[in-house]
Design a protein around this ligand. Structure first.
Ligand SMILES: [Zn+2]
Length: 462
């Protein structure tokens, strides 16, 4: 145990980052790579080629994103803290660089989408050809502003700095591949030596739990395991991200090893969902959408005091874990009005109703987690993720039944075999008991179409 940690610590100490000079040459290189990619985009003659170039552009953009908005900005902000640049200079340049490079970065993604059952490859390509000239003009105009701003910054910095002039350098993390608990893991940006080592240790413990539990519950996940990237520099505000051919994980995982195992299982579940086939996905979507009901906000405000927190109240959590999850899901559900999503306590909801807000909101009857309400795919990943990491008691029985229906080899507790898995009033009543008063069964569907935050280059790879 300790041995690996100390090994990793050695890794963390010896290979962290290389200092890259940001000068006029570096910007010229960015610009020439960009022009080369634009040329390639212009020359594609069919859908397959276009998707390939889109992939190259996506990879380049990702590097640009990391370089500009993580490493460069980190470095620059640090100079302010160390008083190497004045607060006002820092503010000025930081804002200017963001404002003048971000529109370019956002625009630089080839305007072609994946073919599907509605749009053939030919249709997608024809649409792309139609949009190409306008896109090219827009992206070039924005690129020009980006290069100009960066050049100005470099020139300003050279004049501003001490003599002899020191170039501006950016610390770019050097990824390090290691094997951890039998998984291939790439560590990236692990620069706070002691702190990183602690998180790496937690991650290692999470991997161990994940391997043991996934092997027992649903071995497919382990058999098809994607490589993992443990990223300490991505500034991720989420635990993990499924990026098609690998999984990116926030280096700073929170909680205990079981929580880490949940994140791993959740992200691998995206991989399963994407490969399970249209029929199984359709079935799952039908079940999830069929499970939507209504929550009566008025009854809610009558039952609970104003000061009760809407999405994190211990009393509600103990009294009814279901209602707790349902309230939690309000924040993530695409169909819920913003004022309700933003409500901090029951009082906020009461105020919203007094101002004439809608009384009923769509809600899941058998919540898996708050986040699961985002869309059916996330519901799948949360269900399988929780099942693997925390066991069948953490997932509503009815949902376990649906999982079992589409993942025949999933080993859930035998108790679910004795429970009805069809959605009906009796099951709902049984499961939510006195909270049934809030819930009215409704066949209403909502437009749950938000997808996981995918990076543009992922589309071309599968
Ligand atoms: Zn997800």
């Amino acid at each position: 145990m300790k041995h690996l940690a100390s090994q990793l610590l050695t890794v963390a100490k010896s290979v962290l980052a290389r200092a890259e000079v940001l000068d006029l040459d570096r910007i010229a290189k960015l610009r020439s790579d960009f022009l080369m990619l634009m040329k390639a985009a212009r020359r594609v003659s069919n859908y397959t080629e276009a998707m390939r170039v889109k992939g190259y552009i996506g990879k380049w953009s990702k590097d640009f994103d990391d370089y500009m908005y993580k490493y460069f900005q980190d470095q620059f902000a640090n100079m302010k803290f160390r008083e190497e640049v004045s607060e006002s200079d820092w503010k000025y340049w930081d804002k200017l660089i963001r404002e003048n490079t971000w529109p370019f970065y956002m625009e630089f993604s080839m305007p072609i989408s994946k073919a599907d059952s509605y749009y053939t490859e030919e249709m997608r390509f024809a649409k792309f050809q139609e949009e190409l000239p306008k896109w090219e003009a827009r992206v070039k105009r924005k690129a020009l502003l980006a290069w100009k701003t960066l050049n100005n910054f470099v020139e300003w910095y050279a004049l501003e700095g001490e003599l002899p002039a020191k170039p501006f350098t950016v610390d770019v993390p050097i990824p390090e591949s290691v094997m951890m608990e039998g998984f291939s893991v790439t560590l990236s940006g692990h620069d706070h030596v002691k702190k990183s080592a602690e998180y790496i240790e937690l991650f290692r413990a999470g991997l161990k739990v994940y391997r043991a539990k996934a092997s027992a519950v649903y071995p497919w996940l382990i058999q098809n395991q994607l490589p993992l990237v443990l990223d300490f520099k991505a500034g991720m505000d989420i635990g993990g991200l499924y990026e098609r051919d690998h999984i990116r994980l926030n280096g700073y995982q929170s909680g205990n090893p079981e929580h880490v195992a949940h994140v791993l299982a959740h992200e691998m579940s995206h991989h399963r969902y994407r490969s399970i086939g249209r029929a199984a996905q359709d079935y799952w979507e039908r079940m999830i959408i069929g499970d939507l009901g209504e929550l009566d906000l008025k009854t809610l405000t009558e039952k609970y005091p104003d000061k009760y927190h809407t999405w994190d109240n211990k009393y509600i959590k103990n009294e009814s874990p279901f209602l707790y999850q349902q309230l939690n899901s309000l924040q993530h559900s695409p169909s819920v009005p913003k004022a309700v999503k933003d409500a901090n306590d029951i009082g906020d909801i009461r105020e919203y109703l007094e101002k004439g807000g809608q009384t009923k909101v769509t809600i899941v009857r058998h919540p898996i987690s708050g986040y699961a309400s985002k869309n059916p795919e996330e519901a799948f990943c949360e269900a399988l993720g929780y099942l693997v990491a925390f066991g069948p008691s953490r997932v509503p029985d009815i949902v376990l039944g649906w999982l079992k229906d589409i993942l025949l080899s999933v080993k859930t507790a035998s108790r679910i075999a004795h429970r009805p898995i069809k959605v009906d009033e009796a099951v709902v009543r049984d499961l939510i008991k006195d909270f049934f008063e809030f819930i009215k069964v409704s066949g209403k569907t909502h437009g749950a179409s938000d997808s996981e935050r995918f990076q543009p280059w992922d589309e071309s790879e599968q």
